[in-house]
Write a protein that binds this ligand. Structure first.
Ligand code: HEM
Length: 143
């Protein structure tokens, strides 16, 4: 985002129109989510819900949030074109043994939506993140 802003300001300076800068600093989805701090806020608010959601007790009872959180953050950073490389197990491998059905998958998506709301993410960006994750459903829902 900083590089993008610099570019816009430079363009404005060359054109002599500082203060009336056209164009947008969209950048990657990672940048629009607020970079690593923004993703941390989203994942923290979301995982707090996973770990207290009665619909997901059987799944997360034996998992530690401190273990899952950095993995989840790196994963989100990776799939939103951020600077991280997720080197963990594939979605199929890490969820295979959980025998996840559609209802629990939907519960996870709802908790993510509530987490994104809590983090103050605009609806348009929520949908862009969900669109990146949606195709993974076929690897995660196995029942
Ligand atoms: C698009 C949806 C989902 C994404 C992006 C996602 C992402 C992840 C990631 C990145 C990990 C860490 C894997 C590793 O590093 O080995 C993980 C683990 C885990 N996920 Fe998901 N997940 C999703 C859906 C779900 C659902 C629907 C459930 C349960 C209802 C679930 C339960 C778990 C559990 C229990 C673990 C820990 C597995 C272990 O202890 O090895 N996830 N998930």
């Amino acid at each position: 985002m900083a590089t993008c802003m610099r570019h816009l300001l430079l363009t404005a300076a060359i054109l002599g129109i500082a203060g009336a800068v056209p164009g947008r600093c969209d950048g990657s989805l990672y940048e629009q989510l607020g970079g690593s701090a923004g993703i941390h806020r989203i994942v923290d608010a979301t995982l707090r819900r996973y770990f207290t959601d009665p619909r997901l007790h059987d799944d997360f009872d034996n998992v530690n949030q401190a273990w899952l959180q950095p993995r989840f953050e790196t994963f989100i950073c990776h799939v939103t074109d951020g600077p991280c490389r997720y080197r963990g197990r594939s979605m199929a491998a890490s969820h295979r043994g959980l025998h996840i059905d559609q209802a629990r998958f939907n519960a996870v998506v709802e908790d993510l939506q509530d987490g994104m709301d809590e983090a103050g993410l605009p609806f348009r960006l929520q949908n862009r993140l969900l669109a990146r994750l949606a195709p993974m459903e076929r690897d995660i829902v196995t029942r």
